[in-house]
Design a protein around this ligand. Sequence first.
Ligand code: MN
Length: 247
Amino acid sequence: MKPKIGIVGNITYETEGVTIGEEKIFVMRAYVDSIIKAGGIPLVMPLTLDFDVLKEQVESVDGIVITGGQDINPLIYNEEPIEKQGGITPDRDWYDIEVIKYAFHLKKPLLGICRGIQAINVALGGNLYQDLSQIPTHYIKHSQKAKPDHPTHSIDIAEGSRLYYIFGKNTVVNSFHHQAVKRVAKGFKAVAWSKDGVVEAIEAEDEDYFAIGVQWHPELMASKGNENMLKLFKEFIKACEKRGNKK
Ligand code: MN
């Protein structure tokens, strides 16, 4: 049996037609295609504010992708919003954070992407730069104008990390973010940085637990045939298979 992978849904609302204003939950197809290419069975995890339902959702999958989306409400990490803080989705903040905390408790593999690395970090006690302009060394374009699957900046990877095992000491990534990890959550470590010192990846310190957050969008690359980025999804699926067999 292939491992079942929950992909956390994003939330938006209908902007036209008879259901205008109605909320809808969705995932970008690139996540679905990347999970399938890597050998997993994708399942959308639609958000709910019902904690019992959330728990059963988490229990019913072998691993979870925490997807991209809006900025996280900075009040959650005890900061007031600065001018450059972007839009927020409070229901999704609550859902993502509870999913991450419960998955972490169960040691279910986690792959956080873009907002996902930020959600993992905040859920487990870290915080964020609300805007890259708050980082004195920042100079690189992290909101690329190039096509989504085109890598635009390089990253350096910490020796001995899981990410190092997957990619080696450096690689190139795409970039669509204006926020970044600041203080890393306890139990995690920063393992990749862009040349301007912005944290581009974190992972669990526990070597037996696959929990990685990446600031770029590997799914937009892997789904378009980038074999290098597909390796990240394959390692994630491998970890989910192992975890699944323990049930
Ligand atoms: Mn970047």
